[in-house]
Design a protein around this ligand. Structure first.
Ligand SMILES: [Zn+2]
Length: 332
């Protein structure tokens, strides 16, 4: 995704990608039995019976399917296939699915984009947004296993859990897949990429604006974002731009579940991400992200399937499941 850490302001953009209105041709990564075995082996260490039902192997399988599609920049054939995949999976879980089509006004011209939302109704009027972005940067051969894939796979598995529940929670849970999180630019080199508040986070800005218009925004108790949560040595630091009480609540939930070594107390500063589209409008938001990968494979063609560990997806998924009752307790 995008963002900048604690770096120097002048660097501020180092975000993303490049483009062309044509999706790059790519050789599809071979996904193989080894990956499936990896998923099975790794998730065996954290079975769904210990993670509130969340199956890290299934979340990983979604990532594998997305990676198999290849690059998924906004408006491309690849992202259209990703949309079809996400929608078909959500429907197979029995989720009510909404598709919100809009146009992002980008440096490359208007690009057709689509947010997808699974709305699981609660007993009351309060809403919790569980969100991720599913687009990838415009870099040839970039398959976005961690950046784009890991959050999407996790939200699909979370949707399976929530949509198949027999009893209604007090709060509605909306699981949201944002298009156009990445900056839309040509990618001659990283330094030319123009990440700024108007060339990024198209999907989340669109959704926050439309929820403000419809009146739904005032019912949102929390907006939780998952972005780049795949690494096997996952360390989620507290984002200094996220809402402190919400961060505290999620970290306390994680600690209670025994994941204090993953949700650590160090801080990080994310330069920009989808949660800010809601925080700017007064909605509490929290970014769950391991941005230490910015010094390694981030925004390079090396962001491939083996960078994602099913166990890490299961830990985050488990925390997300348990965050809902924690929020309900707070807002009771
Ligand atoms: Zn990115």
């Amino acid at each position: 995704m995008r963002k900048i850490e604690i770096i120097i302001p002048s660097f501020a953009f180092l975000c993303t990608v490049a483009c062309n209105s044509q999706p790059p041709s790519v050789s599809r990564p071979t996904v193989n039995a080894a990956a499936r075995t990896q998923a099975a082996n790794l998730s065996a260490a954290l079975p769904p019976s210990t993670t509130g039902g969340f199956d890290g192997a299934q979340a990983f399988e979604h990532v594998r399917k997305l990676v198999e599609i290849g690059p998924r920049p906004p408006g491309s054939d690849g992202i259209h296939r990703a949309q079809a995949y996400i929608i078909s999976q959500l429907k197979s879980f029995g989720c009510p699915v909404e598709e919100h089509d809009f146009h992002g006004s980008t440096p490359l011209g208007d690009i057709a984009m689509k947010n997808m939302i699974a709305k699981i109704p609660g007993a009351g009027s309060g809403i919790v947004l569980y969100t991720t972005h599913y687009d990838t940067i415009r870099l040839p051969n970039f398959v976005g296993a961690d950046d784009g894939g890991s959050g999407t796979g996790t939200m699909l598995e979370l949707a399976r859990i929530f949509c198949t529940r027999k009893t209604k929670a007090a709060l509605s849970a909306w699981i949201v897949f944002f298009d156009g999180e990445e900056a839309q630019e040509d990618w001659p080199d990283k330094n030319s990429v123009q990440w700024n508040n108007t060339n990024s986070t198209f999907g989340s800005r669109e959704m926050a604006a439309s929820m403000a218009l419809s009146g739904d925004l005032k019912h949102v108790k929390a907006m939780i974002l998952a972005d780049m949560i795949g690494p096997s040595d996952l360390k989620i630091k507290r984002d200094t731009g996220s809402t402190p009480w919400l961060t505290d609540l999620i970290w306390a939930t994680a600690a209670h579940l025994g994941y204090g070594n993953v949700f650590v107390n160090e801080t990080t500063t994310v330069g920009g991400d989808d949660h800010f589209s809601f925080i700017r409008r007064g909605v509490p938001g929290c970014d769950i992200i391991d941005f230490d990968v910015q010094t390694t494979y981030w925004h390079t063609p090396d962001d491939t399937l083996e960078k994602v560990d099913p166990r890490s997806l299961a830990i985050v998924g488990h925390v997300f499941i348990e965050t809902l009752p924690a929020l309900e307790k707070k807002f009771r």
